[in-house]
Write a protein that binds this ligand. Structure first.
Ligand SMILES: *[C@@H]1O[C@H](CO)[C@@H](O)[C@H](O)[C@H]1NC(C)=O
Ligand SMILES: *[C@@H]1O[C@H](CO)[C@@H](O)[C@H](O)[C@H]1NC(C)=O
Ligand SMILES: *[C@@H]1O[C@H](CO)[C@@H](O)[C@H](O)[C@H]1NC(C)=O
Ligand SMILES: *[C@@H]1O[C@H](CO)[C@@H](O)[C@H](O)[C@H]1NC(C)=O
Length: 307
């Protein structure tokens, strides 16, 4: 199943929202817990809404059995519990917890619901992993770790139920705050005015073009972006790169700006399953100063152990 292609379609349908530029300041544990809570609210609402949209009979008609449905109820319960847990932890620490926002998930049927669920769980794993090193309080770090392992189980289960490898890589990819915010922002329509502002921003969106088809190692892929940050100096011959994110550091691959907000690049070796790449203006660092768009989420078929 083409997860990334469908996400591209979903994101294209949802469109994007304006993101106020937020002044840079030091990131506190309170910010990180509120960032985690922002994602948990999104997931919690996603499952509650999906389970209200579709009955067990709808799931059965789409090929998902009774035990799958029961496990989905458990996943939904887990996300609601994460919301309560983080809300209580923030309140106990004297920080105002963010409230649930209004979302546009772009789900049209059971199949896109399960597809989107698997993607959200995968992003959740990468978000907790990427945030871990910034958490100062060890108790919060352990709590975040205990949520991460559950998101990873959800991800594996949902991938397996769709015929995807449950664990296609020996390592998960860590995503940083702005990268995760970029992926989540298109689903967030509006938030309560009283929500604390978090010091994170979204990069211009980047999504796999559906014309890319099934994506494998060495495939040439096309990416769509809505607001590519043009690098200086501008010009057709200025090199740009796709940086594929991994825990051991990015793998840079040359990319080509095709015009029409399309970028062409290739899939390097060693990336399988739900993978992420950003477009950068150089080939030796990925940072707020060098990322010009993305991340894009790309499902690379196969796995490392059995390609
Ligand atoms: C629920 O249904 C509405 C209306 O079709 C749709 O817009 C929304 O994305 C669906 N959400 C989920 C999570 O299934
Ligand atoms: C139900 O579906 C799940 C998820 O695909 C699968 O693991 C399980 O074996 C199925 N159970 C039965 C009884 O078919
Ligand atoms: C990818 O391309 C490289 C370089 O041409 C080649 O050595 C490698 O075998 C290819 N890998 C796959 C999985 O096709
Ligand atoms: C990295 O970028 C430099 C220019 O900044 C270029 O000379 C070099 O060939 C690039 N290396 C790769 C592997 O693309």
């Amino acid at each position: 199943m083409k997860i990334a292609t469908s996400l591209a379609v979903a994101l294209a349908t949802i469109g994007s929202i304006a993101h106020p530029m937020i002044k840079k300041r030091a990131i506190t544990d309170g910010d990180i817990l509120n960032y985690a809570l922002t994602l948990e609210h999104l997931e919690d609402k996603f499952y509650r809404e999906g389970l209200a949209n579709f009955t067990q009979a709808d799931f059965a008609a789409a090929g998902f059995n009774e035990s799958f449905y029961k496990n989905l109820l458990e996943v939904s319960y887990d996300e609601t519990t994460h919301v309560t847990f983080l809300t209580d932890a923030l309140t106990a620490a004297g920080v105002i917890p963010v409230q649930e926002c209004t979302y546009a998930f772009g789900v049209t049927d059971v199949t896109t619901f399960v597809l989107t669920a698997a993607i959200l769980e995968g992003v959740g794993v990468s978000a907790y992993l990427g945030a871990a090193a910034s958490i100062i309080n060890k108790d919060y770090l352990t709590a975040a770790g205990s949520i991460l392992t559950i998101e990873a189980r959800h991800s594996a289960y949902l991938r397996d139920a769709q015929g995807e490898s449950p664990f296609p890589q020996p390592f998960s990819a860590p995503l940083d705050f702005n990268e995760v915010y970029t992926l989540a922002a298109p689903m967030i329509v509006s938030c309560p005015a009283g929500n604390p502002m978090l010091p994170f921003k979204a990069f211009p969106s980047l999504a796999l073009d559906p014309a890319s088809g099934d994506v494998k190692t060495n495939s040439t892929i096309i990416l769509d972006t809505e607001g590519y940050f043009l690098v200086e100096p501008q010009g057709e011959n200025i090199p740009i790169y796709a940086a594929w994110i991994s825990v051991t550091g990015p793998t840079f691959v040359p990319a080509t700006l095709l015009g029409n907000n399309k970028i062409q690049t290739t899939v390097p070796e060693g990336f399988h399953g739900q993978s992420y790449l950003v477009i950068t203006s150089c080939n030796d660092s990925v940072s707020d100063d060098t990322v010009t768009a993305g991340p894009a989420l790309v499902e690379v078929v196969g796995s490392n152990g059995s390609p």
